[in-house]
Write a protein that binds this ligand. Structure first.
Ligand SMILES: [Zn+2]
Ligand SMILES: [Zn+2]
Length: 329
């Protein structure tokens, strides 16, 4: 059965404290599991993709230590050797980043499968000045990190997506749309069989005089319309938003409004503020459930380790069971 796994649900900055243990402190990382033996589709590469990488290694390479020589070099190389392009990688992974703020990309150098020479990882993301690859290479290099992206043993490729572009991964289709935030930012709709998951990790709510308006951008409704699951920025309370209205985020009330207008079934409140401890998030969850009322909308607080099963599509399950093929781009 297809599912959505949450590995990092925090926004802005990772946090670690006994008071945030219930919801977790790693930043944005979500995995869509298409089911069967298909590889997960990664949404964002925040610090949560480190434990996700451990899971993937355990699943696809049990009891296999890293190949010798996969240890990163302590010193930067004078010349970067070209990566031998893999005809047939042992595992092919696809990641979709919404934008390049630290909390969405910082986990990449610590993503275990990136240290295996038999893995290919394609990172999709919004167009950047100078290119998406160059934007990643600027922060994964000395002096910020011991080695550059090109020196990571896996074959890592980058692909910029235009507004509205769809990527078909054989049974899973991911569509990116530009959404309001700070800098060019994509939201994604992941179609898995009959189920759609919309992912809007960071979303600037429209506002006037420090108050959130109830209008919803057309691109947002495109992504979320009729989705089974909407994962949405819910960083602030109304009071916090009043003083941080331009910081690129939404309130829990606005997330509920988007879910209602888009007609989604389950709303997952995501991108928790690092200053919100477990008790606070419990209260926000109660407040959001109250806002959603007794209608058909279910509100869920994102937490590390949360796994949501998507409603089964019998025809698709049969196809997956008989195809036995791994996901390829
Ligand atoms: Zn963020
Ligand atoms: Zn951001």
């Amino acid at each position: 059965v297809a599912s959505v796994g949450f590995y990092g649900v925090r926004g802005s900055c990772p946090c670690s404290d006994s008071a945030v243990r219930k919801y977790g402190g790693s930043t944005a990382s979500v995995a869509i599991e298409p089911g069967g033996d298909a590889a997960p589709v990664l949404l964002d590469l925040g610090t949560g993709c480190r434990p996700l990488g451990e899971d993937i290694l355990g699943r696809y390479f049990p009891c296999q230590p890293l190949a010798a020589g996969a240890e990163p070099h302590a010193e930067p190389l004078d010349e970067i050797p070209p990566h031998p392009h893999l005809d047939q990688p042992a595992l092919e992974l696809s990641a979709f980043v919404t934008h390049l703020h630290f909390d969405h990309v910082q986990g990449l150098p610590f993503f275990g499968p990136g240290l295996r020479p038999d893995v290919r990882l394609t990172i999709h993301g919004p167009m950047q000045e100078g290119g998406l690859a160059a934007a990643f290479c600027r922060f994964v290099q000395p002096p910020y990190f011991p080695v550059g992206v090109e020196e990571l043993p896996a074959e890592i490729r980058f692909r910029e997506l235009e507004d509205g572009e769809a990527v078909d991964l054989g049974g899973v289709t991911i569509t990116g749309r530009e959404i309001p935030h700070i800098g060019r930012t994509l939201g994604y709709r992941v179609q898995v069989g009959a189920s759609a998951v919309a992912y809007l990790g960071d979303h600037q709510a429209p506002h006037a005089d420090g108050k959130v308006l109830s209008t919803v951008a057309a691109s947002v409704l495109d992504l979320a319309g009729g989705a089974e699951v909407l994962i949405h920025d819910a960083q602030y309370t109304d009071e916090e938003f009043a003083v941080k209205a331009h910081w690129g985020h939404s309130t829990i009330a606005y997330a509920v409004e988007v879910a209602r207008q888009a007609g989604v079934k389950r709303l997952v409140l995501f991108h928790h503020d690092p200053t919100h401890d477990d008790d606070w998030l419990d209260r926000l969850g109660d407040a959001a459930a109250h806002l959603a009322g007794a209608g058909p909308l279910e509100v869920i607080m994102a937490s590390e380790g949360l796994k949501l099963e998507l409603s089964a599509d019998p025809a698709r399950e049969r196809r997956l069971a008989t195809s036995g093929s791994r996901l390829t781009t």
